[in-house]
Design a protein around this ligand. Structure first.
Ligand code: NG6
Ligand code: CA
Length: 516
């Protein structure tokens, strides 16, 4: 080839390359595709982190995230229990619209319709890779799951390309990990059988074989024994596939780290659903004693460490500047949730709910008001926001972030609030606790009358049930001590009207408002 032709060819080649590159980068600017990570704790209360006022428990990594990002003081889970909150987070629909969105057994069918819009589906349409690592608890299969075959539909059918999950909770069978629908380490010669009604002949249970237990049950949790801990539900077989509880935090962390390393070149969405501090609390031996509060405190320290390690990996991979991280919890705190694990005895001065009244299962504030943090290095200016935001708003807000036109019934677009650019949050929000609902509007909280016990004596939590309407002004009365229903009839009437407008009146919505 003649020299001139060679130079000309090279020139054209490079010119084309530059030409090709430019529209691409303009396009990239027009369609922002930052990575999105949701880190979701299980039963972590409003007062559990240093950044939210905890003094007895040290959570340096979560504090760093909260203090380096936007720390919301009025951030809510949609429900005071797990399944409904997770349903709302992923779908942008209030959980009380779906009768199946209640605490599910490990054998429950998937409660998200596979045609329903979800955050991962919406992001997939925008070219994202989507993964979940950790707790699922939204049901699997369509009834009568055979755990020895591909288990579906599940996360992979509602928008996740990749899933590494536990089916329900750490205290429910099956006690195995499931990767993309397949039980990890399953030995076909030792098939898994699960039943929530009756035991398999000859299998030990917490009820009949307390001598086999390393952690005793307090209430419930007296069925099959796995690793010296009795669970809810009966399980047979699957020995090689059973998880080791003390390794669970490390297992999920490694999977989460692997996921981001493998997908760092694409925009990705990761839902990293931690199992702590839900029961049974089983810290890895290196965290035992780390909090001085027994296993409950120790697993919070462990969770904090996991988040720190995860963020470190994000940093090492150069991803922090291009990733929105959202941290929150699925519901408020509970101390004794069914095992003798010293959580009550060693609590000391720690207040899991901070100043809030109630806890997990409760319609009072501590049931649903949880730590809620958004972090985006270089993008979100560190600060505190008192705007009202709910996890149900993530779908619409993330949709706006990636310029999708997907919306959903109950999800409000609050992107600027989440990014700390606006303080105009929600005006009102329906809160749920075990199918009962309440209203938060402005500074006010309304709890309609419900039958049922005032306190769940097992867990020692006030549920919010009363025969009278309860009306609280949270601005002056954050711990909901003064019922103003009688002294503020106009406010009460206004709140009832708003509540009924959203929820329906008792007569036209009797099932959902049924006294529980
Ligand atoms: C309750 C369990 C509790 C916990 C909860 C679900 C009993 C007595 N209590 O039924 O231990 O598993 O369900 O928690 O069984 S959640 O965070 O997943 O909603
Ligand atoms: Ca939970």
């Amino acid at each position: 080839m003649n020299k001139n032709i060679l130079f000309a060819t090279l020139f054209i080649f490079f010119a084309c390359k530059t030409e090709k590159k430019e529209p691409e980068s303009t396009e990239q600017q027009a369609t922002p595709t930052p990575n999105i990570v949701v880190i979701y704790a299980d039963d972590l209360g409003y007062g559990e982190l240093g950044a939210y006022g905890a003094t007895e428990l040290k959570t340096p990594n979560l504090d760093k995230l909260a203090n380096g990002g936007m720390r919301f003081t009025n951030g809510y889970a949609s429900s005071a229990t797990c399944t409904p909150s997770r349903y709302a987070l992923l779908t942008g629909v209030y959980p009380w619209r779906n009768k199946s969105a209640k605490i599910l057994p490990g054998t429950a069918p998937l409660i998200i319709d596979t045609t329903q819009m979800t955050i991962p589906k919406m992001l997939k349409q925008k070219g994202y890779k989507t993964g979940i690592v950790g707790k699922w608890h939204l049901g699997l299969g369509s009834g009568n799951v055979n755990w020895n075959q591909r288990v579906n539909p599940g996360p992979n059918e509602i928008g996740f390309d990749h899933s590494y999950i536990m089916a329900a909770t750490q205290d429910r069978v099956p006690t195995v990990y499931i990767e993309n629908g397949g039980v990890v380490n399953l030995d076909p010669n030792d098939p898994i059988e699960i039943d929530y009604e009756k035991n398999f002949p000859g299998e030990p249970t917490g009820m009949d074989n307390p001598e086999m237990l390393k952690m005793k049950w307090h209430h419930g949790h007296y069925n099959s024994i796995v690793n010296g801990i009795s669970r809810i539900g009966f399980m047979k077989g699957g020995e090689a596939a059973k998880w080791i509880d003390e390794d669970m935090a490390d297992t999920f962390l490694v999977e989460a780290q692997r996921y981001i390393k493998e997908n760092k070149d694409k925009p990705f969405f990761l839902y990293y659903a931690l199992q702590q501090p839900h029961v049974p609390r089983t810290p890895h031996p290196r965290f035992v004693g780390s909090s001085g509060m027994g296993p409950r405190g120790d697993v919070i320290v462990e969770a904090d460490w996991c988040v720190g390690e995860f963020i470190k990996t994000m940093e090492e991979e150069g991803l922090l500047e291009n990733t929105l991280i959202i941290f929150s919890s699925d519901n408020g705190p509970v101390v004794n949730d069914g095992y003798y694990d010293e959580s009550v005895e060693k609590l000391g001065n720690h207040k899991p709910a901070g100043e809030l009244r109630g806890g997990k299962y409760s319609l009072f504030e501590a049931g649903t008001r949880v730590p809620f943090v958004t972090y985006w290095k270089g993008k979100i200016k560190p600060g505190t926001s008192d705007a009202m935001v709910s996890q149900v708003d993530l779908l619409a807000s993330l949709s706006k972030l990636v310029q999708s036109d997907i919306q959903s019934q109950d999800s409000q677009e609050l992107l600027d609030v989440l990014l700390g650019k606006s303080n105009r949050g929600r005006e009102e929000l329906i809160l749920e606790a075990s199918t009962r609902t309440a209203l938060r509007k402005g500074d006010w909280a309304l709890i309609p009358p419900y039958d049922g016990p005032a306190i769940n004596a097992h867990v020692n939590i006030e549920l919010g049930n009363s025969k009278e309407y309860q009306l609280y002004n949270l601005k002056d009365d954050l711990d909901q001590k003064h019922n103003l229903a009688e002294s503020h009839p106009d406010k009460l009437a206004e709140m009832i009207a708003t509540f009924e407008k959203i929820r329906g009146t008792k007569s036209d919505n009797i099932e959902q408002l049924e006294l529980k």
